[in-house]
Every structure is written in C-alpha cells, then in structure tokens.
Design a protein around this ligand. Structure first.
Ligand code: ADP
Ligand code: MG
Length: 466
C-alpha cells in the first residue's frame, strides 16, 4: 500500500491502532446486539407459550370453543401488546379468530398446522394485517389448532433503537481512540522530532552540536546517547584528519622553503661549477627528504583507507636484519654507536618483506639517533614463541617516560627531547610501523626508562590470515 507507506509514522501507528481497536469494538458491539436480540426473542417465545396455554384453557371451558374474552391485549414482558388468535380445525378451516384480523385466511401453512396437531408446538413467522409477526401453533385436544400471534414491531423497534445506540457509541469510541492514539503517538515521538531537528543542525559549521538526550532512561534516551557517542568518535576522526592535513602541509612547507632559498641564493650571482654542484647536491638531499615524506604520507593514507595490501611470503629473518644493519652502519659509525645482532639463521617469518624491512629500518635508525651519542650500543635480537615471531631492537639512549610511550605512535609526534636531534624524520616513522604491524595482525611493545634506554619489540603472528 504505497499511500499507507507514505504517511508519517505517527499516522500509521494511529491508523493501525484504530484498525485493531475498531475490529475488536465491532465484534464486541455485534455480540451485544445479537445477545440482546436472542434474549428478547427467547422471552417473547416464552410469553407466547404461556399465552397459548391460557388461550386454549379459557376457550375450551364452555360447550363450544370460543375466544378469550379479553381478545386484543396480552401482557408480554410487562408490555401491553396486541395479540391475535385464530382457531383452525384439522381440515384447515378458520372457525374463529380475533376481531382485528382483517382476513379470514389461515395465518399458518397446512404443514405447520399438521405438525401442531401431531402434538408439537410450532413457532413460525406470520403476517398480521400486513405486518410481520411471530405465531405459535398449538393443538387443543386434537380437535383444533390455536394460532397465537403477536406483531414484531415492538421488539424490532427496541432492537433498531439498540442498534442505533451501539452505532453511536462505536463511532464516538473510535473517534476518541483515534484522537487519544494520535496524541499519545505525538507525545511519544516528540523526543524523536527534537533529535531530528538537532541532527539537521549538525554539519560542517556545527560539528560539536549533539542530540538532546531525554532525561528518561528509556529506548530513546539510549538511542540518543549511542548516537552522541558515535558523533564524538566521528568528530575525533575528523579532527585528527584535519590535524594530520595541517601537520602534513607544515612539514612539506619547511623543506620546500629551504630548497627555494638555497636555489635563490645560488642564482643571485654567477658561481663556479663546483659551487653549482654543491647546491645541486644539497637540493637533491632536500628533494629526497620531500620524497620520503610524500611516500610516508601516501602509506598512511592507504592504511586509513584500508588499502594497505600485504605481499606475504615466508623468508629468513637473519639476512634481512644483517642487510639493514650494514646499510645503517655508516650512520652508526658517525655517531659512534655500536650495532650488534643475535638472530638465529634458521628463523623464518611470514610477512610482507618490504614492509618488514621498513619497520626494522625505522627502529634501527631511531635507536641509532636516540642512543647515547658516543659509545652507545644498539642490539637486535629475534626469536619465536609458540604462535608468534618477535624482533627486538634495544638501545641505551635517552629513553621515554610513560606519557611519551603513550603518544609515540601518533602521527607527527616527536618528544621534546628528540627535537634537537636531526634525524630527517618528521615523526611519521613509528606511526607507519604501527600500521604495518596492525595490518599483519601483530603489535609493537615498548619497554623504556628515561635516561636508560628503550626496547621496541615487534610481535607478528606465526600464521597470518591474508
Ligand atoms: N629509540 C628511541 N628512544 C627514544 N625516543 C624515541 C626512540 N624512537 C622513537 N623515539 C621518539 O619517538 C618519536 C617518533 O619517532 P618516529 O615516528 O620514528 O619519528 P622521527 O624519528 O621522525 O622523529 C621520536 O621523535 C622520538 O621522540
Ligand atoms: Mg624515526
């Protein structure tokens, strides 16, 4: 029913309620009507029987059959009612009848008369001077059949009046129920209306607006509460994306500014080939830094869009760690940091090799940069448990306090103590490590003491569901 579906919830609720109530009411009122009708007819029949008895008795008390002296009025249900009597002989002839009967034709059929003669009182519909009536035919000593009848106009009038009353009651009850139902539905849905209005407000300009939570502790207040919590979560996501975008543009701007000023200075006058070469070399390193940053941002964006697809394979861990150590060795030597590793050559891992290399490289370069500047030591160990493989990179450097450990995976976050140390990083390395670990179904644990050193442990599940 498209019309019904296009109505408001409140109207549909009211209509459905009205329909159910209407059907029940109609059933109840019909039952009342027919119950009443049956009881009226029953007592009328009883009265007819009594009347027939007295008629027969009083008519047969003389030598000849005659009519009751009071021939026109019977008292039925304490009502004065016109009565009609007709006396038939077995040959279907009327031998006597009430004066007010205009026709002398028998009131009942021959069959009815026969049945009555056989000793059974028969009720039948009769026509009394053109009007509908109810007649009872009884036999009197097998010689006559007495037909006693009364018109039905009285009883039918009562029933019609009852029907009208019930109809009026029904219509009033339906109207009242409809109104009350609509009002109740309106009241019940008012909090929903309020929520709808508030929800329409929430948008770009009103991100912090929240739905009004009804003070009651019911389904609607729970709904509003849950929706508000959802809005809070969405707000946090939007906020962190905004911050991410702002931080990203800031981080991109500084290398670009420095590149630009370097090039402008170089252009100010004519320089030797060696000077130009130096400018190009410096610019190239700035460009490299920008490229790294752009790649990092891209990796995080992919991870946010759940599009960090892993290229899984099983490989030996030891060569990977050895090659990363070799790659970072010059940097470590420059800072006089000793790199050691203790990894079993038989240890295998299932992972995305390029991404695992990235995690190890990030951990290692952090450890080199944040370890003791002179005479520091960085140690790589790895092993496996029953269901996981772990890699740990431990340094004896500046360390992190509890609060810093909490924030370490935030994008662009760098501890104040790290600011003076030039790493070329923008604070995205660990955020990416975190996303890579998560994509593998693994995790990163930190143990650290300020001033003592830090250990990062990456745990990967031995079996990875890709
Ligand atoms: N081994 C470590 N020891 C102490 N602090 C560390 C270590 N590794 C990371 N940190 C802290 O975490 C911050 C974030 O690290 P990272 O995401 O790799 O960014 P970046 O190296 O670019 O600063 C660093 O700036 C530093 O403050
Ligand atoms: Mg780093």
């Amino acid at each position: 029913m498209p019309w019904f579906k296009s109505q408001s919830f409140r109207t549909r609720l009211t209509l459905q309620w009205l329909l159910v109530f209407g059907v029940l009411l109609a059933l109840a009122l019909t039952a009342v009507y027919f119950g009443m009708r049956q009881s009226l007819y029953h007592s009328l029949e009883d009265s007819l029987r009594t009347l027939a008895g007295t008629e027969v008795a009083s008519s047969m008390d003389g030598p000849e059959v005659h009519l009751h002296p009071i021939d026109s009025i019977a008292i039925i249900n304490s009502h004065h009612i016109e009565k009609f009597v007709q006396i038939l002989t077995p040959d279907y002839t009327v031998i006597n009848q009430s004066k007010q009967l205009q026709s002398r034709a028998p009131l009942v059929s021959r069959e009815v008369m026969q049945t009555a003669l056989a000793g059974r009182a028969v009720l039948s519909e009769v026509t009394l001077n053109g009007e509908k009536g109810l007649g009872l035919s009884v036999d009197a000593y097998k010689q006559y059949v007495f037909v006693v009848a009364v018109p039905l106009s009285d009883i039918e009038g009562t029933l019609a009046a009852l029907w009208r009353t019930l109809l009026i009651v029904g219509v009033i009850a339906l109207l009242a129920t409809g109104l009350v139902g609509y009002r109740l539905a309106t009241l019940a849905l008012r909090p929903v209306d309020l929520m709808t209005q508030r929800a329409q407000l929430i948008g770009r300009d009103h991100l912090k607006a929240r739905l009004a939570e009804p003070v009651t502790d019911d389904e609607l207040s729970r709904l509003a509460h849950v929706l508000n919590e959802m809005l809070d979560r969405l707000y946090q996501i939007i906020e962190s994306h905004q911050k991410f975008a702002a931080d990203a543009s800031h981080e991109l701007r500084s290398p670009l500014t420095s590149l630009r000023s370097r090039l402008e200075v170089a252009l100010r006058r004519t320089r030797s080939a060696e000077e130009y070469r130096q400018v190009i070399v410096d610019s190239l390193s700035e460009v490299e830094r920008l490229t790294r940053l752009a790649e990092d941002l891209l990796e995080l964006a992919r991870s946010d869009a759940q599009r960090l697809t892993l290229d899984l394979s099983e490989f030996e861990l030891q060569p990977l760690i050895a090659s990363e150590i070799a790659r970072l060795q010059p940097e470590a030597s420059q800072r006089q940091v000793k790199l050691t590793s203790e990894v079993s050559p038989t240890l295998n891992v299932i992972a995305d090799e390029a991404r695992l290399r990235r995690v190890v490289s990030n951990f290692l370069s952090n450890a080199i940069h944040y370890s003791k500047p002179e005479g520091g030591e960085v140690k790589v160990t790895a092993g496996n448990g029953s269901s996981d493989v772990w890699i740990e990179i431990r340094d004896d450097g500046i360390g992190l306090d509890a609060e810093q450990q909490q924030r370490i995976f935030e994008r662009f976050w760098r501890a104040d103590s790290a600011r003076g140390i030039r790493t070329g990083g923008a604070g995205l390395g660990l955020a990416i490590c975190h996303e890579i670990a998560r994509a593998h179904g693994g995790q990163i644990n930190i143990t650290s003491q300020p001033g003592q050193g830090t250990a990062f442990r990456l745990c990967l599940p031995a079996q990875i569901e890709s």
